[in-house]
Design a protein around this ligand. Structure first.
Ligand code: 5GP
Length: 215
């Protein structure tokens, strides 16, 4: 198995975080890429698990050192994927799953053309608005801001390799699983592919010999 980079994006409320969490908890071949951010931890978020929480200075220093595979600003806070995080997950033999927004995803695409980009969309605008209102304890203005941003984010979906509609959650998870399973079977991703073919050819040759020698 050749580890790959898997990007999951969606508008806020689209379901990317839940889907990402399911992938990494269900699949032994997937590991979560823990991002760095300058935003403050939310209640229950543990440093190094949800995010690597960094000060603005520490984040900028790492940018200057070229430590980020991608980084972007979202809602006034900085977010980024440390190259060391990708190396850790992929050297451990797992696909690195990134839950990131669209600007960062573009940088991943440019830097790692083999990465698999999946965009998750809600089935309708009404469903998206309902999900945002249901989960948010935030004022209606914040919901409006998220809907406004969602319009731009949805426009970026055409740049992704796959689009998955998250209507029924379990079906969306199955669709993403199917995408990963198919991508992992690409001949270009199977490092030992020629070895397997060589062995198979030799085995078939031996069978042919047996069949034609009358034994
Ligand atoms: P939140 O603050 O709600 O956890 O995340 C806000 C947004 O930042 C989400 O769209 C999330 O996908 C995105 N995000 C999280 N980590 C990264 C990252 O490392 N890079 C980029 N570009 N976006 C990220």
């Amino acid at each position: 198995m050749t580890p790959m980079i898997v990007v999951i994006s969606s508008p806020s409320g689209g379901g990317k975080t839940r889907i990402t969490q399911r992938l990494v908890s269900d699949r032994l071949d997937c590991g979560y890429s823990v991002s760095a951010t300058t935003r403050a931890p939310r209640p229950g978020e543990v440093d190094g698990v949800a995010y690597h929480f960094l000060s603005a200075d520490a984040f900028e220093r790492r940018v200057q050192n070229g430590e980020f595979a991608e980084h972007a600003v979202y809602n006034g806070n900085r977010y980024g994927t440390l190259t060391s995080e990708l190396v850790k997950v992929m050297h451990g033999g797992q696909h690195a799953v990134l839950d990131i927004e669209v600007i960062g995803a573009r940088q991943v695409r440019a830097r790692f053309p083999d990465a698999v980009l999946v965009f998750v969309v809600p089935p309708t605008g009404a469903v998206l608005a309902k999900r945002l209102r249901d989960r948010a304890t935030e004022p209606e203005a914040v919901v409006a801001g998220r809907l406004r941003r969602a319009i731009d984010e949805i426009s970026a979906a055409v740049e992704y390799d796959y689009v998955v509609v998250n209507d029924e959650f379990e079906l969306a998870v199955s669709a993403v699983n199917a995408i990963l399973d198919a991508e992992a079977r690409r001949t270009s991703r199977q490092r030992d592919f020629t070895v397997v073919l060589d062995r198979l050819r030799a085995e078939v040759g031996a069978e042919l010999l047996r069949a034609t020698s009358g034994h």
